[in-house]
Design a protein around this ligand. Sequence first.
Ligand code: B12
Ligand code: SF4
Length: 408
Amino acid sequence: MPYLAARVPSDWQVTHVDEEAEDIDWADQPDVVGITFHTPSAYHAYGLAARFRSRGACVVMGGPHVTLLPGEAGQHADVIFVGEAEGLWEEFLHGFVTGTYRRVYLQAGPASLNGAPMARKTLFHRNDFTSGVLFATRGCPNHCDFCSVVMMYQHGLRKRPIAEVAAEYGSFHGKRIIFWDDNIAADKEYAKQLFHAIAPYRKWWSSQATMYAAQDDEVLDAAARSGCKQLFLGLESVSQSSMKEVRKGFNRVEDYARIVKRVHAHGIAVQAGIVFGFDHDTPAIFKDTLDFLEETGVQNATFNILTPYPGTPLFQRLDAQGRILTRDWGKYNGRSDVVFQPNQMSVDELLAGFRYANRRFYSLPSVAKRMWRSPVQIWWTLPLNLAYAVSWASAQWGAPRRLADAQT
Ligand code: B12
Ligand code: SF4
C-alpha cells in the first residue's frame, strides 16, 4: 500500500493502516478505502469492506485473492483491481474525482515498471526489524502449479531499471533491506548487474530465489559482495517425484546438499521453503526432510502445508478429483489447516507431520546440530532460531499463535 500511496496525487490525504501493527481508527471518515489481502484474510477484508461501505466510503480491493477470484471479491467492493494496478490506479483516482470511475480495472498487458515511484516510507508501520522493503523484479518465468504468482502476474518476469532500484535501495536509512521479489535471480545477468549496483551502499539484504539460481557461483559471489546475508530458497521437497508432479522438476534434489553448501561458502544463510503434502509424499517425508535439513546445517526453514489456492492449476486438479475438503478461505493458511485430501496419508497424519517438523527443527538439539554444522551468520541466525523455538513452544501451549513468517 505504501507503494500505491506514492502514486496518489498530492492533493489527496493518505492514511495507511497495517492491521498487523495497529487498529483501524473508526472515527476516521475516508472517501476511498483501498484494501489488499491474501486468501486467508478474505473474510476479514470483506467484513471491513461492509463496515466502510455502510458508512458511505467507496471500497476498492486489489491484490492476490481479488486477482484470483474477481467474481467473489467484486460482490464485496465498489471497485476491484484485477492484476497489476500501475497506471490504472491513477486513472481510478481521477475518475473518482470526476465521478466517472469503473467497477472493474483490468490490466490488459504487462504493466510498465519504468519510473515506478519509491514507496512512501513514512507509511510503513510494522516493526519487523527491517529498515526497508522494495522490489526489483515482478513475476517469475516458471510455472509451478501450486504458486499464485504465476496466475497473478501472467505476463512473466519483468524488471525495473537497475538505476531506479539502486536509488530506492540507497534511500533507506537503515542497513537491513528485503527485496520482496519472488525470484530475484530469475534473470541471472540482470541480478548480477543489480548486485554490483547496490554493493556501494554497504547494506545487508535478503530475498527469495530458486535452487536453480543458487547453483550459479557468479550470482552468489555478486550477491555476497553486495551484502546478501540470507536467501529464502524454494526447496519445497526432498522428493524428486513430488517436484516433478508440481512442475518444479528443475529442482534437482540430488543437487540440494551441494547447492546449500555452496551458498554457505559465500557466507549466505539459507532459509528453506518447505511444503508437505504433495501426492508423492508418504509419511516418511517428514523425517527425510528433517534429516536433510540437519545434515546440511540449514539455518532456518519455513514449513507449509500444501495449500491449493483458488485460481491455481493445483486447485483445479484437486477440485476435479473431488479432493477439496473446504472452500472456507480462512483455512487456506498453510499452517494450521489441511484443506484437501492428501494422497498417501490422512489429513491428521499431514497435520501431525507438519507439527513434528516444526517441533524437531526448532528443538535445542536440532538448533545446536545445524549451527555446529554451518555456523553461517551465527550472530543473528542463532538468536532467530531461539526466537522461533519460543514462538513454536508458546503456540503449543495455547498462547496466541504467531509463527514467525518467512523472512521476518
Ligand atoms: C511480502 C509477502 C508477504 C509478507 C507480507 C509483509 C507485508 N508487510 O505486507 C508476509 C511474509 C507477512 C506474507 C505472508 C503470507 N503470504 Co505472502 N507474499 C508476499 C510477496 C512475496 C510480496 C507481496 C508484495 O508486497 N508485492 C509487491 C506489490 C507491489 O505487488 P502486489 O501485492 O501484487 O500489488 C500489485 C497489484 O496486485 C495491485 N494491488 C494489490 N493490492 C491492491 C489493493 C488495491 C486497493 C489496489 C487498487 C491495487 C492492489 O497493485 C500492485 C501494483 O501493481 C507475495 C508474492 C507477490 N509477488 O506478490 C507473497 C504472496 C502474496 N503471499 C502468499 C502467501 C500464501 C502468504 C501466506 C498465506 C503464507 C503462509 N502460509 O502463512 C501468508 C499470509 C499472511 C496473511 N496475513 O494473510 C501468496 C498469496 C496466495 C494467495 N492466494 O493469497 C503469494 C502470492 C506468494 C506465492 N508464491 O504464492 N507474505
Ligand atoms: S519458482 Fe517460485 S515463484 Fe516461481 S512459479 Fe515456482 S514457486 Fe512460484
